[in-house]
Design a protein around this ligand. Structure first.
Ligand code: 6PG
Length: 247
């Protein structure tokens, strides 16, 4: 199946493209099912997108009462810590839109990692399976970034979460960062209806080409573990991240 790759000349153009995509998916999901479930990505790449979604042009087109926000991963830090993915999303987006607090389902980075992962796994099963009657983590949209080592969410090379097929959330101690992370597993992400990778920067061009063009090797290129069973993947790139693909 052809890979859906879109390359944009500027951060502004890329941010508009991702925000338009988010808006379209939210509108369709709310219209047809009365809710839009989205897992936000971490890191710095999504920041201009969060700001754009919070702007009048976009925020007023979404009925946030029907939006449920989750996370693709989280650092094991308190929610007001500088490194918290929740803190960034709250500051740039969630504090600026009329989303009910009850619709914000954050990973508890302040708790012990393993219990926090088990707890968030239970949150997802309660939401999707018990409340909605869906036997898998059928997010309408999972947003993902990608690191220069090919990791995505907090699925890092050689970590056992990359190969997880049952659990939806795991805690991982990332040696090279000397830090604990909470992450959705491929079992959860691959149940989504739509996955959007947003990758920018020339420093990611070579690894991106390997992820997209090399033979499957998810243990070393964890972004390759993302293949939704019954869903779409779209890559949003800037020209820097996409330049090796042109060669
Ligand atoms: C995180 C992310 C991680 C991120 C990539 C890219 O919590 O850091 O989920 O997977 O998306 O590392 O990070 P940048 O967007 O900062 O380059």
């Amino acid at each position: 199946m052809a890979v859906d790759i879109r390359v944009y000349q500027s951060t502004l153009a890329l941010s508009h493209a991702v925000s338009d995509y988010f808006l379209d998916l939210a509108d369709r999901a709310i219209t047809t099912r009365g809710r839009f479930t989205v897992a936000l990505s971490g890191g710095k790449t999504p920041n201009p997108i969060f700001e754009m979604l919070a702007s009048r042009d976009y925020a007023e087109q979404i009925n946030w009462n029907y939006v449920h926000v989750f996370w693709s991963d989280e650092r094991c830090v308190p929610p007001d810590d500088h490194d918290s993915n929740f803190r960034v999303a709250r500051h740039l987006l969630l504090s600026r839109v009329q989303i009910p607090i009850a619709n914000i389902h954050r990973m508890r980075g302040e708790d012990e990692p393993e219990p926090a992962a088990t707890a968030y796994d239970a949150v997802l099963r309660e939401f999707f399976t018990r409340r909605l009657g869906i036997p898998r983590a059928r997010f309408d949209l999972v947003m993902l970034g990608m690191g220069a080592d090919g990791h995505t969410a907090s699925l890092f090379p050689a970590m056992n979460a990359v190969r997880e097929t049952e659990k939806w959330v795991m805690a991982q101690h990332v040696e090279k960062l000397d830090s604990w992370r909470l992450t959705l597993t491929p079992a959860a992400i691959n149940a989504a209806s739509n996955v959007a990778f947003v990758v920018t920067g020339a420093e990611k061009a070579d690894i991106l080409k390997r992820v997209l063009k090399d033979p499957p090797d998810p243990n070393n290129l964890p972004a390759q573990a993302i293949n939704p069973v019954n869903g779409n993947v779209r890559w949003f790139l800037d020209t820097g991240a996409g330049k090796a693909l042109k060669d």
